[in-house]
Design a binder for this molecule. Sequence first.
Ligand code: ADP
Ligand code: UDP
Length: 237
Amino acid sequence: MNHKEMLYEGKAKKVYAMEDSDLVMVEYKDDATAFNGLKKGTIEGKGVVNNLMSNYMFQYLEKKGVPTHFVEQIDDRHTIVKKVQIVPLEVIVRNRAAGSFCKRYGAKEGLVFAKPTFEFSYKNDDLGDPLLNEDHALALNLATKEEIDQIRHMALTVNKEMGELLLSVGIVLVDFKLEFGRLPDGKIVLADEISPDTCRFWDAKTGEKLDKDRFRLDLGDEQQGYRELFKRLGLEK
Ligand code: ADP
Ligand code: UDP
């Protein structure tokens, strides 16, 4: 693992420079935060689950035609990815009402949508990641119209492919957040992570929450929820 200096430490991951300046190494931590950093804690083993699950999903999605930043898993917590310029949009797809959708619109948790919704917020911690529409994103030069169209198409493909995969192991994909990045040639790829920290996963039979809501809502035993997902996907060693 020939990494150089740490470039960035975020809430859930550290990012290191590599000899090859087109790559970075990501390290997944056990630190957990919610409500824009207001709630803090540790979920033992979370970093391992998130690393392995993200890599599994990225490789699966590549096969389904979605280009991603994934290059190579180094160990349980470390992965080499293509370095991208992150598009500062948190892209959210929802299949059912949960979280801020319920808070914002007074919808009942679990309401099933006739078709998936697509939204994004401005990835800016200081502003609390405010919701914004396409015109706002264009006005702020966060992305071009072509990039936004591509991102929407890719996000909906991720929803379809990941939703079907999860349903086959008894899990409902309620909603999730994606980040996209630009490669040096301008190509848009799926970046960051896809994990129980960034998705809502419910057991299809019981409705049990198997994701970060256990931490957000103090439902207890977060580790067990993360592990259960791991087991269902056949990732447990
Ligand atoms: P946050 O910044 O929200 O606290 P993390 O702790 O997950 O989030 O930090 C990881 C950071 O690395 C995020 O800012 C994310 O946008 C960024 N990132 C993810 N994938 C890549 C990539 N391929 N190249 C460069 N930066 C990336
Ligand atoms: N999400 C995320 N990071 C964020 C905000 C949301 O990964 O900064 C994910 C969250 O885990 C959920 C989806 O995006 O799967 C929709 O989240 P929502 O807008 O309902 O906000 P939250 O309930 O997290 O406040």
